[in-house]
Design a binder for this molecule. Structure first.
Ligand SMILES: [Zn+2]
Length: 418
């Protein structure tokens, strides 16, 4: 199939006018100008019209399980109070409610141009049925917690690995997610990275998200320290930053994606850079909690790649919108407002090329090039070529077209294939 669009933004090459993408099976065969490619191809062609075609977006931090919890919690007094609110809500929910929530989340992501998501999965029983119910590529990072001395880290990891061994899917895969340094013991972190390297699995973890977490590890004080002290051996607190704590466990590395990283000492940035880890920033979630400014410039200067994620709808403010939905374009726009010096191309790379590299699929996803998976979206486009990338980053509303692995996720007639 040959797809034609007024503008083509391959990301692997400069944008071009009157572009074409040749798709065969689940892969892209060629990318170029319509005029050059039409003459060499006699099969079916689809003219997508006045749109820009670009790689499908990659969301590197999400909690699909919690989509249905949107607006369930009042604005947080403190981060620890928010976590306790989440735990209370989670205890009330049934399996069916989680399943409905998960499905609502993937539908929202599909409509808003996402084709791949790295999702934290706290209800692994949803898999693999949930995977087969969506055309999205889902990387389900199995969440692990455990702060009490009686919770054996080897047993916690063992049950996650059992789930991982039982799941095989052509489009979806498993990763590992020890939740955060404050909700785990450091011996779990060391065990996880050992198992992940042995099995070739991605790891993702929340680190240095809140000032309370920073205070807990660096100074053994603050609301999080006081809350967790009765449940958690506090002997690892009061010595170093959360990032240094995670680094000491060996968890940082090129296959580790660190979510948030809002509170970093200069040495923490160096640890991330030396380890080759990637950071995921979630602009709306960052805004919801009112964190200190995200240290994007320091991370970029040190060579630490930064991607964007939606986090869950539990930590997004409504801000006059009629409904809340997971949407990477919203994240791109808020990031652009907070970091106006970052170019549109660099912003778009945070949800395409950089994100694909972060999940270890840089040669297959995140860019339109020969040999890559045929994962692409279209957004309406009537402006000039020179402003096309910038215009894409300002897109609002559902995308009219989405293709994942050569199959329509949203067919050009507007039907969503879910
Ligand atoms: Zn998260």
């Amino acid at each position: 199939m040959l797809l034609r669009s007024r503008i083509l933004i391959p990301m692997a090459a400069p944008p071009l006018e009157d572009g074409a993408v040749l798709v065969s099976g689940d892969r892209i065969v060629a990318v170029g100008s319509w005029r050059d490619m039409r003459g060499h191809f006699t099969g079916p062609a689809v003219d997508l019209g006045d749109v820009a075609v670009l790689p499908g977006l990659i969301n590197t931090h999400c909690h699909l399980d919690y989509t249905g919890f949107a607006e369930h919690l009042p604005p947080p007094r403190s981060f620890s109070a928010w976590i306790q609110g989440v735990l209370a809500l989670k205890a009330e929910w049934s399996f069916t409610e989680y399943a409905v929530s998960w499905l609502a989340g993937v539908r929202q992501l599909l409509r808003s141009g996402c084709t791949t998501v790295l999702d934290i999965e706290s209800v692994p029983e949803l898999l693999p049925d949930a995977w087969t119910s969506t055309p999205l590529r889902v990387i389900s990072a199995l969440e692990m917690t455990g702060v009490r001395a009686s919770a054996d880290p080897a047993a916690i990891l063992g049950s996650a690995l059992k789930v991982q061994e039982s799941l095989r899917h052509p489009r979806c895969q498993v990763a590992l997610s020890p939740h955060a340094p404050y909700s785990t013991r450091s011996d779990l972190l060391s065990l996880v990275i050992g198992a992940a390297r042995q099995r070739g699995l991605l790891v993702t973890i929340h680190v240095a998200e809140s000032d309370e977490e920073f205070q807990m590890f660096q100074h053994a004080r603050g609301p999080m320290y006081d809350w967790l002290k009765p449940q958690r051996d506090p002997s690892d607190c009061g010595h170093r930053t959360p990032m240094a704590h995670v680094a000491a466990s060996g968890l940082l590395g090129a296959t580790t994606i660190v979510a948030h990283a809002n509170y970093l000492e200069p040495a923490d940035v160096e640890l991330l850079a030396a380890a080759g880890s990637v950071v995921v920033h979630c602009p709306q979630s960052h805004d919801y909690f009112g964190h200190a400014p995200f240290p994007f410039d320091r991370l970029r200067a040190a060579g630490v790649p930064v991607c964007l994620g939606t986090d869950s709808l539990m930590s997004v403010r409504k801000l006059g919108r009629p409904t809340l939905a997971l949407d990477l374009f919203d994240e791109l726009q808020l990031f652009g407002r907070n970091h106006p010096s970052v170019s549109p191309v660099e912003r778009l790379a945070m949800v395409t090329t950089h994100a694909a590299q972060a999940i270890g699929r840089g040669s297959e996803l995140g860019a339109l090039r020969a040999g890559a998976m045929a994962d692409l979206i279209a957004v309406p486009m009537d402006g000039p070529l020179a402003r096309a990338v910038e215009a894409v980053t300002f897109h609002r509303g559902p995308v009219p077209v989405s293709m994942i692995g050569g199959e329509w996720g949203i067919a050009p007639n507007g039907q969503v294939d879910v």
